[in-house]
Each structure stands twice: as structure tokens, then as C-alpha cells.
Write a protein that binds this ligand. Structure first.
Ligand SMILES: [Zn+2]
Length: 606
């Protein structure tokens, strides 16, 4: 969807720009267009923030799952909350990551007082190395584990200055800029997750971060209730909340249930146990390792992200194991099968992940045995269905015991379902509600949840990327501005951060789909005739040897167009001629083959 929107924008670019300019007489605009428009940046049209207005700007993480970033602005301060990226998607070949667009913040750098990070997942911290400098290197406020993860990622970019990280904990209040900010603990899948309350004179602005609840059959646990005690004495003006699973009815599977399931599996598995899961589900991974140790098992960790995360967890004392519990894969054969647990990344069938290498027999040390038990502790992320199916097939050819989330509680999401959302909203009791983190329909579901527990519908707004919401008149009125913050996709390709160029992405897609077609014409500049029949080079389009007739006809079309142009004058406008060749040959090839390769005409004059 995102891509389509932008595509439309780039095609109708001039109209869009003109709409957002200060009003000029139409005739003047047309003139200006020809002589190039004065440089009006999208930022320039955003109204100046009025005194005592609370502004929230959604810079990423709505209309999508990933690249979360929301800014809260009040008088002279901007607080940036989270800075995630999104991995490349199939729709944008060649793109490594997609970042939030931070132009709004870059133009207001001097106001950015802090980046506050809710937890250490990449869709909340991944963009930090790419954007921190651009927004003026503000200090980062984060809990312990999050802080170390941020530092670790930053160290992979040695040209960057060390980030100024200030460690904060749930229950603590610190002064940032002119406002006090309170943090509260939350339940997610990684330790040290927290929510934020920025205290304006009109009430708190709260962000939950990714959140679910610890509960037993829908009864919220006491320890969980304590996290929300802070709201008993806080008046909350605005709540911005994770919406990922808000559309799912009821309560999510609590993580303790997954722990229990694994305890049982660990106790009962007769041979080796191989668990494929996400490195990001760190609490689960820690639990499984500690339980394995208790049962006298040795644990092999496979996958770089899993190893990294666990090293950090060990450093902070979140993972407590004896020195010889963790062993490396090359020593696997030294232990009896029933004393071995292999924990691996790659349950999504990722091409080079450890579990895939074990499954396709390319792992140096680990080979599957028919007596192995494999537990895939993850759901299937949309888009990965085929890869996961392939992985399961490869595994099933080699061993009989495969446990998945469909057959057993070996996985739970880190995001709460509708009933959890409603419980959370009723604890926080916000006056205004803006759902974020999720596709539009997820946000809509979260808005419905809020309404069902008493938030007035007129006090709810659903944002898109770039949306600016303001709370005006001493916290009494919510407005969604018509003007948007810049929200064109920012991408990382290799080492470069740049705005997405739809034309490049579209070319890549066309190349992947229909290939390319180069036609080279050599013109005798004296006679204006072709020296020889045009040469054709083509890749990924059709099998040339079996398409003689089509190629001959194409050559004739090219010859006719070029010779006609040169017969009129020797001073041919080459660009125009190339455009005509592209147009006519594309049309012809489409008619004949129903394919649209990228046509590249080359004209050589001799
Ligand atoms: Zn998360």
C-alpha cells in the first residue's frame, strides 16, 4: 500500500506540490512550473506549533508493522519515541531496510531533547545508527538491556560518535527538557520493556510500547497489575498504544504457558531436542536454557543474533548458567543425544539461517537424526509461508517428531489481544486515544477497543504515516491536521541512506518480472542509413533462439524509425529518437508477447 501511494505521488508530483504551496494565481503557478518551482519543502507548510499545544507526529509504524517512531512536541521540546527499521520487503527489491522519515525532526533539531526507547527490538532501535546524527545526536533514554543493545549496534558503525545513553528504569521519573517523564514496566517478550509518560501541564502523554499482559485465563496477574499502579495517580491526556493484535478477540496465550509447554517437552523428549525460534523472544530463550541446565542438558546456540542477544543477557545477569552448560556445535557428538538441546534461529525458513542449514544438510557440524525432536517456536510471519513450508518439508524428510504452534503452545505473540488492550486502556483512562504500531485495520480495531471501554469516539484519531495530531485549548480538543510531516520512504541500500526513488524500484521490479531488451542501431552519418541490421541483447525476457521472427520484426521497426528520422535531417534530436524507439518497441513487444521488458535503445553514429 505504502508503495502504491508513493508511486502515485511521484507521478502526480507537480500537482501535489502545487496544492501544498501558498496560494498563487493559477497563471503564475504554470509559469513557475516551467522555470522550476521555488523550493518549498513539505516541512515549510506545517503550521507553527502554538504555545501549550501538545503535538504528536507519527513518523513511522502506522500503515505497517515495523519502523516505529513517534514524536511528541510541547513548547520548546521534542521527545522522539523509538527509532525502528523495517526489513526489506518483496515489493522493494534491493532495499535493505526502510527507515522512518525524520525530515520533520531534522528541521527542528535544536528542539529534540531526547530519544526515548521502549525496548530493544529492531523495529524500535534498528534505525538509531542511521538517524541519530541527522536529528542532532540527542541523549537516548533507555532501560539497561535496551541500552546495551543500542550500544552494540552502534559499535558496528565505527564512524559514528558514541551515543549518550542515560539508563532509566520503570517507576523512575526524570526531567527531560522542561517536562518530567515517568517510566513504567511492561510485559513483552524481551526484558526491560517499558512504557513512557511525558507529563505536560494538561496531563500525561503515554506510549505503551509493544505490550501484552501476564494473565491466567483472562485474570490479570498481581505483578502485572502493579505495573499500572502508576496510573492511579496520573491524569492521562493522550494514550498512544501498540495495535498489532488488537483485532484478535479474547486474550493472547501468556508466555508462562509457553514456558510450561517447553518444560514438559524438555523433560519428555527422548533424543536430541532442536528448537527453532526468534532471537527477539529473549525471555523465552533464557527460560529454555535455564530449564535445560536444570535437567542436566548441554545447550548449543546457533545463529548470530541469538548468540549476541544471549551474550548481553549473560553480561547483565538475566541469563544465569554454569560455564560448561553452553557448548559449541563441534562438540555435539561428545554427549549422549538425550543430553543435548540445540537452540537455533531460522524458524521462518530464512535462507542462510542456522536451522535452514541444519535442514538442508549444509551445516558443518550438525546433521539431523531420525530420533531428533524439532520444535518450531514461532508463528508464520505473513510472506514467509512458502519458505516455512519448504523448511518443514526438509525437516520432515529427516525426522518424524516436529512440533509447531498449531499443535502445541510452543509460541505466543508479544502483543496483547483485544481484551488485554481493553484492560490496559481502562487502567490508563486516557482522555484522548491514538492507536499506533500496525496496519490501518489493526489501528481501527484498537480504536474500537478504546471506544468500548469508554473513550469518547470524538476523542479518538487514527493516524497515517506523517499524520500530525494536536491537543489544543488546554488539553480539551483533539485535531488531526490536514498538513502532514514528510513521509516519503527513507531506505538503506548497502551503506547509504536515501529517499526511495520509485523509478529505480519499479525498474528493478520490471527487470525481475519481464527482463530487459537492448537494441543497438549503428547509423552511417553520411547516408543516414543503418550500417547493418540492429543488434539485440536481451536478458530474462524470452528465449531469443526460439523467437527469430519476433526479433526480425523488431529490427525492422527500429530500422524504419531511425532511418526515417535521419532522412529528414542529420541533426537528429537523439533523446527524442530514443524515446520513440522505446515507446514503439515496447508497444510491439507487449502486443506480441504480453510482456513489458525494459527497452534500452542504443544509437551509434559512425
Ligand atoms: Zn517488540
Amino acid at each position: 500500500m505504502q508503495n502504491k501511494t508513493n508511486k502515485k505521488q511521484s507521478k502526480t508530483f507537480t500537482n501535489k506540490k502545487i496544492n501544498s504551496l501558498p496560494k498563487l494565481p493559477k497563471s503564475m503557478m504554470r509559469n513557475n512550473r516551467r522555470q522550476r518551482l521555488p523550493a518549498v519543502k513539505p516541512n515549510d507548510i506545517i503550521p507553527v506549533l502554538q504555545k501549550d499545544t501538545v503535538r504528536a507526529v507519527f513518523l513511522g509504524g502506522v500503515e505497517e508493522v515495523g519502523r516505529n517512531m513517534t514524536a511528541v512536541e510541547f513548547n520548546d521540546d521534542i521527545f522522539v519515541i523509538d527509532s525502528g527499521f523495517m526489513f526489506e520487503d518483496e515489493d522493494k527489491p534491493g532495499v535493505d531496510y526502510i527507515l522512518p522519515n525524520t525530515e520533520y525532526l531534522e528541521d527542528r533539531k535544536e528542539k529534540v531533547k531526547a530519544m526515548i526507547v521502549t525496548h530493544a527490538h529492531l523495529d524500535h532501535i534498528g534505525a538509531i545508527p542511521f538517524i541519530l546524527e541527522r536529528i542532532g545526536n540527542p541523549p537516548i533514554y533507555a532501560n539497561e538491556l535496551t541500552a546495551i543493545m543500542i550500544k552494540k549496534r552502534h559499535s558496528e558503525f565505527p564512524h559514528l560518535p558514541n551515543p549518550d545513553i542515560r539508563i532509566v528504569h520503570g517507576g523512575e521519573t526524570v526531567q527531560i527538557g522542561s517536562l518530567p517523564v515517568t517510566f513504567f514496566d511492561t510485559t513483552h517478550t524481551i526484558p526491560d520493556s517499558m512504557g513512557i509518560i511525558i507529563k505536560t501541564p494538561f496531563g500525561g502523554v503515554t506510549v505503551t510500547g509493544d505490550i501484552k499482559l501476564d494473565h491466567k485465563d483472562g485474570q490479570v496477574m498481581d505483578e502485572e497489575k502493579e505495573h499500572f499502579n502508576v496510573f492511579k495517580k496520573e491524569k492521562i491526556l493522550l494514550l498512544m498504544m501498540d495495535s498489532t493484535n488488537a483485532w484478535k478477540p479474547g486474550w493472547s496465550i501468556p508466555e508462562w504457558k509457553v514456558f510450561e509447554t517447553f518444560d514438559k517437552i524438555l523433560e519428555e523428549t527422548p533424543g536430541r531436542l532442536i528448537i527453532g525460534t526468534f532471537a527477539s523472544h529473549l525471555e523465552r530463550v533464557i527460560h529454555i536454557i535455564e530449564k535445560a541446565e536444570e535437567l542436566g542438558k548441554k545447550v548449543i546456540i546457533e545463529g548470530r543474533s541469538m548468540k549476541n542477544n544471549l551474550a548481553i543477557a549473560q553480561e547483565l545477569g538475566y541469563l544465569k548458567v554454569k560455564k560448561n552448560t553452553l557448548i559449541t556445535a563441534e562438540h555435539a557428538e561428545e554427549y549422549p543425544d538425550n543430553r543435548l538441546l540445540i537452540l537455533s534461529t531460522g524458524a521462518q525458513g530464512e535462507e542462510f539461517a542456522a536451522l535452514t542449514r541444519i535442514a538442508n544438510k549444509t551445516h558443518k557440524y550438525l546433521k539431523l537424526k531420525p530420533t531428533d525432536t524439532i520444535a518450531l517456536s514461532s508463528s508464520v510471519i505473513p510472506g514467509n509461508e512458502i519458505a516455512v513450508q519448504r523448511l518443514r518439508d526438509m525437516l520432515a524428510r529427516q525426522c518424524r517428531h516436529i512440533i509447531t504452534y498449531q499443535t502445541s503452545d510452543v509460541h505466543a505473540s508479544g502483543h496483547g489481544n483485544a481484551e488485554e488492550g481493553k484492560w490496559i486502556i481502562s487502567q490508563i483512562k486516557p482522555k484522548f486515544f491514538v492507536p499506533h504500531h500496525g496496519f490501518y485495520f489493526m489501528l481501527q480495531a484498537n480504536a474500537d477497543n478504546a471506544e468500548s471501554v469508554g473513550v469518547k469516539p470524538e476523542n479518538i484519531r487514527i493516524p497515517d504515516n506523517g499524520t500530525i495530531v494536536e491537543i489544543r485549548n488546554k488539553g480539551t480538543e483533539i485535531i488531526k491536521l490536514e498538513e502532514k510531516a514528510p513521509h516519503k520512504l527513507r531506505i538503506v541500500e548497502g551503506l547509504n541512506v536515501k529517499d526511495i526513488q520509485e523509478i529505480v524500484i519499479n525498474d528493478r521490479k520490471a527487470l525481475a518480472q519481464d527482463g530487459m531488451f537492448v537494441i543497438v542501431t549503428t547509423v552511417n552519418m553520411r547516408t543516414g542509413r543503418l550500417r547493418k541490421s540492429p543488434d539485440i541483447i536481451s536478458r530474462g525476457f524470452i528465449y531469443l533462439r526460439e523467437s527469430r521472427e519476433l526479433l526480425d520484426q523488431t529490427r525492422l521497426i527500429a530500422k524504419r524509425i531511425v532511418e526515417r528520422a535521419f532522412s529528414r535531417s542529420r541533426n537528429v534530436d537523439i533523446d527524442k529518437l530514443k524515446a520513440e524507439l522505446t515507446r514503439e518497441i515496447s508497444k510491439f513487444l507487449l502486443q506480441q508477447t504480453h510482456k513489458s521488458p525494459i527497452v534500452i535503445p542504443v544509437i551509434v553514429g559512425v
